[in-house]
Structure formats: structure tokens, C-alpha cells
Design a protein around this ligand. Sequence first.
Ligand code: B12
Length: 436
Amino acid sequence: MKIGFLAMSGLRAHDPELCKLGLTLPGVIERGKVIASLPSLGLIYLAAVTPPGHDLRYFEAEGDGKEPPEVYDCDLVAISTFSAQVFEAYAVADRLRQRGVRVAMGGLHVTVRPEEALCHADHVVIGEGENVWPAVVAAVARGDKGQVWHAAQYSPVEVEELPVPRYDLLGQRPYNRFTVQTTRGCPWRCDFCASNVMLRQKYRKRSVADVIRDIRAITHLKRRPFIEFADDNTFVDKEWGKELCRQLAPLRLHWFTETDISVADDPELLRLMRAAGCRQVLVGLESPGQSPLEGIELKTNFKARRARDYVESLRRIQAAGITANGCFILGLDRHTPNIFQEVYDFALKVPLYDVQITVLTPFPGTPLYDRLLAEGRLLQPERWDLCTLFDVNYHPAGMTPEELRRGVYWLAERLYTEDCLLQRRRPFFEGMKDEG
Ligand code: B12
């Protein structure tokens, strides 16, 4: 069969005022360019586990959600879904099926809304795809009728056994960065976490040798790629992290990852990360003060406990020559309209090289979604297209939706100007100069 893997690319946001701001603020434009073009790692993993004998192609539907005409030559098309683009993905699936192409859908969104997806796809996969995908392909080849597949009914995905993703299928698209996974999951279970539905298993680390093997495969396609680790929390295990860095260093690459604030506790790890080419760590701080962080995790209270040393920890990371991208969620239950000024002050106090502000977003499948639905606080339930992290779709507890929107504009207009970027970044570069 001819099998197509169709990723939905580009970023999404609907709030017109914020979109207008995004087009003008230097800090937003810069970040948008960096991440707008990343390949779908999930789909190239599926390609890697597809049984031999099929002709495989990778496609991307661009930011406008339009599929390239070549997908219609396929017998089967696998589509990966996030909530924000799922209506676009359903529309593509409908068009494909009208033209006789069979469609399989998987990914974060359909994992929690399989019945909804079954109205648009022949096959819908719940959970991690690697171990169930060969069975889906076999079923389509036999002409079986469509169904919902549960990954949990297949042997669990052993991350130590993952093959090299099929980076070679990506072709000549001008990607800024290539994604590699070193770990799956996160020990902290935040109630809003949008990766939550895939995090139900325990935290899993891959073998360092396999990670290096995958990066080498990328370097065959692009000599010095920038690597983005598509992890939820890379450096939970510090000793494993040090070994990863030691083996990365000889490759002389630059990379970015997401991790929690505890990297700052280990000076040797920070030194090895820098030497291994780490350029930035993205850390979910969520809120500058302790109180709003109380109870956001289902089992632990890690972030609330760490909040009091956030400033010092971030300074240690940046003093090691690694820029920090501090992420804040605006509109947590204990946030009042003061939060916007507090985040601004915090960002300048550290000062943070990069800051990401997003609004609390009830993604389907999260405890947050269920709670807000039960409390009658969702503005438009099931408007999945609003799950962008930028569109307000709930009643915050400590302000009105409009106050939250206005506060985000206010803060964005201050954090992302040329002046503020300079103010936040100059100390980092000066620190590097002092180091010689
Ligand atoms: C890379 C990335 C992107 C890339 C995506 C590139 C692409 N074309 O796919 C870009 C930059 C385009 C992007 C955009 C957005 N992203 Co993003 N992104 C990520 C990131 C960092 C890594 C994803 C990844 O590679 N995971 C690893 C792979 C292996 O896992 P996976 O994709 O889930 O795939 C597995 C399973 O889901 C399943 N599977 C997936 N697809 C399919 C299909 C079939 C047929 C089958 C059988 C199985 C299957 O099998 C795979 C292997 O096990 C995550 C955060 C994170 N750390 O995970 C956020 C994340 C996925 N993004 C998120 C969001 C919110 C967005 C945006 C809405 C942001 C915005 N406002 O624009 C947009 C969405 C617009 C769009 N185009 O879809 C949320 C998604 C939440 C959700 N439930 O929908 C996440 C979780 C971040 C977060 N914590 O908030 N993103």
C-alpha cells in the first residue's frame, strides 16, 4: 500500500487582538519563527514501525490546515492530532475518505475523544502508537472495517526498544530544528498538563546510546542540526542526564529542552549541559509566587515547594551559560489581576532571557477540564479549536475572562518589546563576556 503520514503544521491562535500584537512584537515574532516548523516525531516513529513492503510518504498540512494534493494518491493516511487543529484534521479526513482514501487518526486529542474521531476516520488509535500501528496497517491491507484500537491492549511500548524515527522521510523541508525524544512522561502530574493523556505511564528514560544513534541519523541529513528534545521533563534523573551530556558533547551540536527547576541544584550537571551544547532550558514555573501553585499537582506539591527559590535557581542556570525560558500560566485559580505585574517584575528581577506567557487552557482529558466543566466554568465546551494556550475559554476564579484577556495583552506589550528583550538579555551576555 501507499501510506501517507500527514502532520498538521504551524501555530494556532484566534484572539484577534493577540494575533495583531503577535505580528508586531519582536519577542513573539522571534519565538514563532523558531518553533513554527517542527516535524511530527510521533508520525515518523509510526513510519519506523510500519511493516516492510509498503511505500511510505510524509506530508504536512500547512498553517492553513490544507492538505497537499499528493495525499490523495495514498491508500491509507495516518493523521496526528492536537486539540487546537483537530477540526481541521477532521475536515481533511472527511475529504480523503470521500475520495476513497482510508484514514487512521491518533495522537493527544483523539486519545481522549475517540468516538468523536470515529465520525471522521476509519481507524482511531488510543494511546502510544508504536505497538498497535502494525496491526492497524495489517487490518487496512486486509480491507477490514474500521474500529477503535486501544494501545493498552498491546504490549506496552518499551522506550529502550524504540527504533530510529524515519527522519529520512522528511525530505528537503527547511526545518529549523529536529526533534528527538530522550524520555517520555513527567513525575509531576499537573492538573492542566496537556501532555497528561500520554503521561499515565511512569517516567521512562531511553538508553543514552539510542539517543545518540538517533541524533547521528539526523546528522546524515543535516550536518549540524539544532536539536529540540521533545521531552516533557528531561533531567529528572541527574546521573542519567550527566551521561547523556557526556555522550552528546563530542557531537558539538546545540540543543534545547524542557525540564524542571531541579537542574539548578546540580552544578556539575549544569556544567556538562553547557559543554554538551545546551542553549536553552524551558522551565514550567507557572506562577512567580508559592500560593497559586498549591495543589496544582495531583499527587505532589513540587512547584509550590520550589517557588521560593525560583529566582536563585534561574540565576544559577543562566550563570552556567544556559538561557532560561520561564513559562507562566495566567489565570490560575488563585491569580488576581495583580498577577500580570507580578510576572513582569519577576521576569525583570531574574532577569529571564526568555519568558513564555500562556492562559490556563482546559484541554480535553485533563482533570482541569473535568473540574471546570463540573463547576460550570467553561465558556464554550468542546470548542477544541480554542485550545491554543492563547485563547481564554473559561471563567477564571479571581478575575473576569475580559480582565484575563486584557492582562495578557498588557503583559505581552511590555515583555516582548525590543527594549525589554535587551533589558532581560544583556546581563546574560555580559556574564558570558566576564567568563571570557
Ligand atoms: C513538537 C511540538 C509541536 C510542533 C508539532 C509538529 C507537528 N507537525 O506535529 C509544532 C511547533 C507545530 C506544535 C504546534 C502546536 N502545539 Co505543540 N508541541 C510539540 C511538543 C514539544 C512535542 C510533541 C512531540 O513530538 N511528542 C513526541 C511524540 C513521539 O509523541 P506524540 O506526538 O504524542 O505521538 C505519539 C502518540 O500520540 C501516538 N500518535 C500520534 N499521532 C498518531 C497518529 C496515528 C495514526 C497513530 C496510530 C498514533 C499517533 O503515537 C505517537 C508515538 O507514540 C509537545 C510538548 C511535549 N513535550 O510533548 C507540544 C504539544 C503537543 N503542543 C501543544 C500545543 C497546545 C500546540 C499548539 C496548539 C500551540 C499553538 N498555539 O499554536 C500548536 C498546534 C497547532 C498544530 N499545528 O497542531 C500541546 C498539545 C496539547 C493537546 N492536547 O492538544 C503540547 C502537549 C504542549 C503542551 N504541554 O501544552 N507543537
